[in-house]
Design a binder for this molecule. Structure first.
Ligand SMILES: Cc1cc2nc3c(=O)[nH]c(=O)nc-3n(C[C@H](O)[C@H](O)[C@H](O)COP(=O)(O)O)c2cc1C
Length: 163
């Protein structure tokens, strides 16, 4: 495949943007030019021959700018390859329950688009960037804290994308 790749993402605290940047860097290392953009800022897909769409998860689902991106561009995304990644902090294990839990995060997105690859990455929770309410909820649901991003896994996935 030739042509430019768009890596669009949605984030609340910034760490998913860093994942998007790493994905773009891996694509570039393999000769694919890649732009990185916030999902809400993308006006059209003209000039792109493939898309990687990623989102952080909040309260059981993708952030609305990323879901909105999939809905807005579902038509053009039928004719070019699309891959998706999810950054999250719960349901990280390999049990049936965890697998089903994280799959549910992207269920609304899969109604809009059919990705050729889907990845789930452990994300980052920085308590200093959260409101009192968010911290309280995190404690109640037993959310992990810290930077759990596995750059080898992230870059490995990006490097193997055949988009
Ligand atoms: C208020 C709040 C709610 C969250 N809800 C979920 C959730 O339902 N499931 C999950 O796996 N991770 C959840 N997370 C974890 C985030 O998806 C994860 O920390 C992500 O890497 C944050 O990305 P960002 O820095 O780009 O915003 C939540 C984090 C916060 C702060």
């Amino acid at each position: 495949m030739n042509g430019k790749v768009l890596v669009a993402y949605a984030s609340k605290c910034g760490s998913t943007g860093e994942i998007a940047k790493a994905v773009a860097e891996e694509l570039a290392a393999r000769g694919r030019l890649a732009d990185v953009a916030l999902a809400e800022n993308v006006k059209d897909l003209a000039g792109y021959s493939a898309v990687v769409l990623g989102s952080a998860v909040r309260f059981g689902g993708w952030l609305s700018p990323a879901v909105g991106f999939a809905a807005r561009f579902h038509e053009p995304l039928r004719s070019i390859p699309v891959a998706v990644f999810t950054a999250h902090i719960m349901a990280l294990g390999e049990s049936e329950e965890d697998r089903a839990g994280r799959q549910a995060y992207i269920a609304p997105v899969l109604k809009e688009i059919t990705p050729m690859s889907t990845a789930f990455f452990a994300g980052k929770v920085d308590p200093d960037k959260l409101s009192f309410f968010e911290k309280t909820i995190g404690r109640i649901v037993g959310s992990a804290e810290g930077d759990l991003r596995d750059w080898t896994k992230i870059r490995g996935w990006a490097g193997e994308l055949t988009i």
